[in-house]
Design a protein. Structure first.
Length: 488
């Protein structure tokens, strides 16, 4: 494939490039010689490490032999292509080797790629093999990411080229490498996300009718939106990506659907201000998928997105109402809430609904669901799930007097007292919720006061007064409970 001459600025004069390549070859030979000397010295100094050092050098030697021929000015592109393929074959066979995780090898190899890209950028077959070798090294890039950062301008130029069939494979390898480095290379990822090319190009390529490229871009975008190294997730929230993901979710490819759903979940807070018509179309699509998705990860991502939508303070009341009134949501949660991997998300959504006086009736009518939630208040259930269950039961009882039965039973009260006496009392929100439950039961269900006293409710409240003496709100609430239980 030939590119227009004006697509690349000349990087080096031909004579300067030749001189630089020869200089690099000489330096590589010198370093190799020095390495042999150092290896022999280490062997003589410590006989106990002979085996490991010999193995280290045996791994290093073929890498040097493969790299050195590439640093000379070979005129025949077929020869260069053959040499690089030989190198990639070696890297593929040894990519788990500790030697390939050393800064020296990675740094020198990336420099080779940079030099070769400058000269052979017009040869798509050579560029493909170079980028494939880069992909192999990106798995261990966390060891030494600086060389990869120096290579970014060359990769950026490739990504900025007009999209054409012959260039898709090269771009896919670059995107794949970025995904590999998304969680371990902060400096590299910071440069990638600040670039005006990489993220917009990945978003654009998601819409192309090329299955492998689309899947790779979706996976890389998922990795980037999930990564804690990306400070501003808003760069991914574009109307184009929103419409593309909506279309992908409607398709039958489960893996693409899963990545699309989780991208939305990861950037949910950044798309709340989008056009309500597009958001409503997306929400309708996600709700329909609740009855079609075939894997729990996809279910979890949908529930996470819908929960984020309900938790946000939005002006898009129409979208919120669609979620709250949807039969699809309640049917899906009733079906999957007993699955341990999905219980946390389901209960979280229920607690958000129960906290709103307008929407709490939607779940208060489900007696079987409330009974199930109460049965999960035991140590075998994940901590955050138990917390959301208590919040759900308390909000229901607080907002509707007819739902007081959700907290007026021995199972809930026993768990509340046990929690106040355990290490979990460090969670101020949970403690406030439990004290509020006990206070509400004392005021509305006085027949449970004797049970609370016999179960140690007074002593538990006194302990909280001591533990939270610096928190006036919690301390005052605990004192009120002690006084009420003492007076009876």
């Amino acid at each position: 494939m030939e590119f227009r001459k004006d697509e690349f600025k000349p990087l080096l004069h031909k004579d300067a490039m030749v001189q630089q390549l020869f200089k690099y070859a000489q330096e590589t030979a010198r370093l190799r010689k020095q390495h042999v000397i150092n290896a022999k010295r280490l062997i003589s100094e410590n006989e106990n490490e002979n085996a490991s050092i010999k193995e280290f050098y045996e791994c290093y030697k073929p890498i040097e032999e493969a790299l050195l021929p590439l640093a000379v000015t070979v005129q025949n592109s077929a020869t260069v292509h053959k040499l690089i393929k030989k190198l990639v074959k070696f890297l593929t066979a040894n990519f788990q080797s500790e030697m390939l995780k050393t800064p020296l090898v990675i740094s020198r190899f990336i420099n080779f790629i940079d030099l070769l890209m400058m000269r052979w950028v017009k040869y798509s077959d050579i560029m493909y093999v170079l980028l494939k070798s880069l992909l192999i090294f990106s798995v261990n890039a966390y060891v030494f990411e600086s060389p990869f950062c120096e290579l970014l301008p060359a990769l950026e130029r490739i990504m900025a080229l007009p999209n054409a069939n012959s260039g898709f494979v090269q771009k896919e390898l670059i995107v794949w490498s970025i995904g590999n480095m998304s969680s371990d290379c902060p400096q590299f990822i910071a440069l990638v996300t600040k670039s005006p090319v990489f993220v917009p190009q990945m978003i654009e390529l998601v819409g192309y009718n090329c299955a492998h490229l689309r899947s790779t871009c979706l996976w890389a975008l998922f990795c980037l939106t999930k990564s804690e190294l990306v400070q501003d997730k808003g760069i991914f929230a574009t109307p184009l990506l929103l419409s593309q993901l909506t279309s992908i979710i409607k398709r039958d490819n489960e893996k693409e659907k899963e990545n699309a759903v989780w991208i939305l979940a990861n950037i949910s807070q950044h798309i709340m201000s989008f056009d309500s018509t597009k958001l409503l179309a997306l929400i309708n699509t996600l709700l329909e998928q609740l009855n079609r998705a075939n894997n729990f990860d996809c279910y979890k991502g949908i529930l996470r997105f819908l929960g984020s939508f309900l938790a946000a303070d939005m002006s898009a009341a129409e979208c919120t109402k669609r979620i709250v009134d949807s039969k699809e949501l309640y049917c899906a949660m009733d079906r999957v809430i007993k699955v341990p991997a999905l219980m946390k998300e389901c209960v979280w959504i229920l607690s958000l609904l129960a906290a709103d006086p307008v929407y709490c009736d939607n779940i208060g009518k489900a007696d079987s669901l409330l009974s199930f939630l109460q049965s999960q208040l035991n140590e075998s259930t994940e901590y955050h799930t138990r917390k959301e269950i208590l919040l759900t039961l308390y909000y229901l009882a607080r907002n509707r007097s007819e739902h007081i039965k959700s907290i007026g039973n021995e199972i809930v009260l026993n768990y509340c007292i046990w929690t106040l006496n355990s290490h979990i009392t460090k969670d101020a929100q949970l403690v406030t919720c439990i004290l509020s439950i006990i206070d509400l039961v004392i005021d509305i269900l006085p027949n449970f006061i004797a049970f609370l006293k016999n179960a140690g409710g007074k002593e538990a409240a006194e302990r909280i007064i001591y533990v939270y003496e610096e928190n006036s709100q919690i301390s005052l609430l605990a004192q009120t409970i002690v006084q009420k239980l003492t007076s009876y």
